[in-house]
Design a protein around this ligand. Structure first.
Ligand code: SF4
Length: 468
């Protein structure tokens, strides 16, 4: 759901490809991952024994120009785009973040969220290590810098000290590595660049962007050393059941990426089909809210036999962090992003398919906008179950009290958003659409059953003010 969506977290990439303009490849890969974070971008490149980091606030295009890319020479590089799930949006928190390791520097890019930062911060403070940034990513960099052995060995030993969700890329003057938490909550894929090198990235769309062929995912609990001619693997943590974030398939990942062997577009399309089977409705047109609602809307239309129509035009040039209109212009907020096609909508009973409802404000405005444009009925169909619980694994989701579905019946939510009818995809329907058993992925924001323990203090913080 555009506008009030749970925000994407971060995107990471690491490449080792001697003879190629590696920083430029990382730059292109970061473009493919831009949807995962728009607040800052950065690249760390290694030339000989020299590691150079360039990072700043802004989109990839804002941070890097031709001279900047030319200055980032070397055969190996990592890159990062960030949306701040923890820590403020300030320069210090942009990544890759570096820490000195003996004489040299280690830099990392992190996607996820640690749940034991207080413990780790205390441990490092006791060793006299002061951290400048407010992110858990700097903690990981500091731990890596202090661990003995090669960077791969350091990664393997540090992984056991980290709790929570993490997909990390790291670079030193001698190595590039990547590693993933024991449950593989955040995605991380390996690709091969035409016999010339290897790449690891958050999503397979970034592999394709640099001409790499997908090899496999980094396994949960695995650390890999990325070499030009091969991938060296170390199963650092005992294999645990995969808990890949289901919201990646519902909303976060790009539709052309593959997650757990399936194209995200196909999963969303199947969610729409399943939604139509579970929640049929008599209507004239199926409308998807662009872009994330579109594949599910097409699936719904195919399954229901109701024609799909493009009835809402999206302004693609409104950034996610545009200056929001004041209270009086609230309706204008949605119009900056969507404009309804009156000639298509007038007098029609619409099925409107969207991926999720978070706080409900944007959905309410969307329903009102469609009614103003002449829709006779607005039947909201949501291609995920009701969101009732916050995320502790790297997605910036509101506290429970702000989630409109928390503690409300579906009919109460329907009334609050002003739709003619409202229905969500069931949990079983989600399992069926993803083609995986429920224990194969995380769906805690729908069930409240957190697969990785969350410290009580964090839970209290997010729940104690829950009024509903
Ligand atoms: S709680 Fe929800 S958003 Fe967070 S990792 Fe689990 S499925 Fe993904």
């Amino acid at each position: 759901m555009i506008g009030e969506s749970p925000r994407e977290e971060c995107g990471v990439v690491a490449i080792n490809a001697p003879g190629r303009d590696v920083s430029r490849l990382v730059y292109f890969a970061l473009h493919a991952l831009q949807h995962r974070g728009q607040e800052s971008a950065g690249i760390a490149a290694c030339d000989g024994g020299q590691l150079t980091i360039q990072r700043d606030l802004g989109l990839v295009n804002d941070v890097f120009d031709e001279p900047a890319l030319r200055s980032l020479t070397g055969d190996r590089a990592i890159g990062h785009v960030r949306y701040s799930t923890t820590g403020a949006n300030k320069w210090d928190n942009a990544q890759p973040v570096g820490h000195t390791r003996g004489e040299t520097l280690v830099a990392i890019g992190h996607n996820g969220n640690l749940t034991n930062t207080d413990v780790l911060r205390d441990e490092l403070a006791a060793e006299g290590i002061r951290l400048t940034a407010s992110t858990d990513s700097e903690l990981i960099a500091a731990l890596l810098a202090r661990a003995p052995g090669s960077l791969l060995e350091a990664a393997a030993s540090v992984m056991g000290r980290l709790a929570g969700a993490f997909s990390v890329v790291a670079i030193s003057d001698a190595e590039v590595v990547a590693f993933r938490d024991a449950h593989g909550v955040r995605p991380l894929a390996i690709g091969q660049i035409d016999g010339e090198g290897h790449v690891v990235a958050s999503e397979t769309c970034a592999l394709e962007q640099v001409g790499a062929a997908f090899v496999r995912d980094v396994r949960p609990g695995e650390a890999v050393r990325i070499l030009s001619d091969r991938i060296e693997s170390r199963q650092a943590l005992p294999p645990a059941p995969s808990r890949l974030c289901s919201f990646e398939s519902i909303y976060f990942a790009r539709p052309d990426s593959r997650l757990a062997g399936r194209t995200v577009w196909d999963s969303r399309h199947e969610m729409g089909r399943q939604l139509a089977r579970e929640n049929p409705v008599e209507a004239d047109l199926v409308v998807g809210l662009p872009d994330s609602g579109t594949p599910a809307a097409i699936g719904f239309a195919e399954e229901s036999g109701i024609p799909f129509a493009e009835a809402v035009v999206r302004n693609r040039y409104v950034g996610r962090s545009f200056i929001r209109p004041d209270q009086e212009m609230r309706q204008q907020g949605i119009r900056l992003k969507f404009n309804p096609l009156r000639s298509v909508i007038q007098g029609k009973r619409l099925v409107v398919v969207d991926d999720s409802i978070v706080r409900g404000n944007t959905t309410r405005q969307t329903v009102a906008m469609l009614e103003d444009a002449g829709a006779a009925e607005v039947h909201m169909r949501i291609s995920s179950p009701p969101l009732g619980w916050p995320c502790f694994y790297g997605i910036d989701m509101p506290n429970r009290e702000e989630l409109i579905a928390a503690g409300r019946t579906v009919d109460e939510v329907r009334e609050a958003i002003g739709a003619t009818t409202l229905a969500y995809l069931s949990l079983d329907g989600l399992d069926a659409a993803l083609g995986r058993p429920p224990e194969g992925y995380c769906r805690a924001c729908f069930t409240g059953e957190y697969p990785i323990p969350v410290p009580e203090a964090s839970v209290k913080l997010r729940f104690e003010t829950s009024a509903v």
